[in-house]
Design a binder for this molecule. Sequence first.
Ligand SMILES: [Zn+2]
Length: 529
Amino acid sequence: MANLKMKEAALIYLDRSGGLQKFINDCKYYNDSKQSYAVYRFNILINPSDIVELDAELGNHILHHPVKAAEVFQSVCFIAVKTLSLIGQLQTETQINIVLKLTHLPSLPSYSLNFCEFRLDYTSQRFYMMQGIVIAMTTVTKYTQGARFLCSDEACPLSKGFQYIRVHAPGATESATVRNDFLCNLCSSSLQEDRKFRVLGVPSGISDNFRCLLSLTSSSCWKFTAILANIFASHIVPPGTYNFLKLCLLMSLVQTRDSNKELEDCLDILIITSDTLLVDRLLNYSINLVPRGVRHPVSTEIFPTLFRNNYGTGAVSIQAGSALLAKGGICFIGDLASYKKDKLEQLQSVMESRSITVYIPGKKFGDDTNQQTTFPIQCSFWSFIDMDSSSRKHMQKTNTLIGQMDCSLIPANLVEVFGLLINCNESSPCHPFLPTVQHTLKKAIDPEGLLYLASKQFTTEDFEKAYCMGKRLKGATVFCVAPNAVFPFELYNEEYLEQRDVYLTQCQQQLLQFIATYGPGTAVFASDE
Ligand SMILES: [Zn+2]
């Protein structure tokens, strides 16, 4: 009975605090995604003061037995899902995972943990406040947030459905959630995990805004990325413009690495544009998202150079230059046409070999022997070519198609070493003229004002987090886009996104078919695509 009373109180609290409406909205995201999950996770915000005032017993339960209190909310939420038909795919109560998020704890001594006193109570599973200084951090580990198990005996009714759902409990080890020795309660056969349904938890990372977007777009493997590109840098260019360029920049950013780890892949980008001002701003904004994004100053050297330290011992020193400083990140070298021929040749050879050798002539620096040192170049290069100045110099009209463009100012071999060549001129689909003009005017009238709803939802910080996340995930996922001039990339509305998804799915299937047919010895597994 006590439990029923607490459920009633929980429902009243959810209703009064606005939590019920948030829950219904969260359910809508799941329901709209049409995807079936093992576990549906919900965060419920709890204000302990309010809840204690409403129902002391429930308040006490939440503060001192939060795991059991979460079960009360789990039950209430399951009843709500069923009576209001909120999520069609959800079958059992065990599929609901409730995380209680407390706004604060009572400011009483028994709610704080003092490390100095060191009498930690490991047995009570409840909330404490901790104060201290973080002196070290572990690496980020993936863990299983939820998993579905099925009875291995096909005759058993529990070989179907969602009866065996394992959910990660705070502090539990991975083997507590997933193991291969669980047994069926009904027939004692071993349980097998249905790995399609495994939900991986990521402890820290993307913001709630992106998490929400991710769940909304989970039905498609392209929508999330497309929407991300659409809203990226929306205070510089209006959402929906420069999408292809922004997508490529995001891809290149995700390839970067912190610290001293080897850079496995990099994505160099060369942009052909007649709007250098906007492209320059966009690139400057983007490099600031990564720890080692270096804007190369024209007056200095890109690559290491020798110099004699006249103030110290007079010994020879090697100055790093922008490319070495950008190790693991991005080196944005500005307008390619602003460099002299010898520098361009050097750039080409370095980009081809991804290393540079510095020769130290012995004679010149008071030594008998010549020396040389080789440095690996581990950064992605970003650059652009000003099409207007290029065509002015050559007194001829440029053609808008990639491949027929006048790039005679830059050696073709150099253009080729850039992994991606992006055409961004006024008549190209990624450069709609009018919205950009409107954007610039609006910004001139109200520089601080909020220009787009999307930019309110997704801040630069969101993108920083998302980019960190992307770097961690990039080992597992590969996203490739062919630079196709006719690729439909505008994002007007949801209908358009759907159309494009159909288009992309067709392309993907054709590609898989092609590989299956012509690729000798290539097995294509539909589930692993
Ligand atoms: Zn069984």
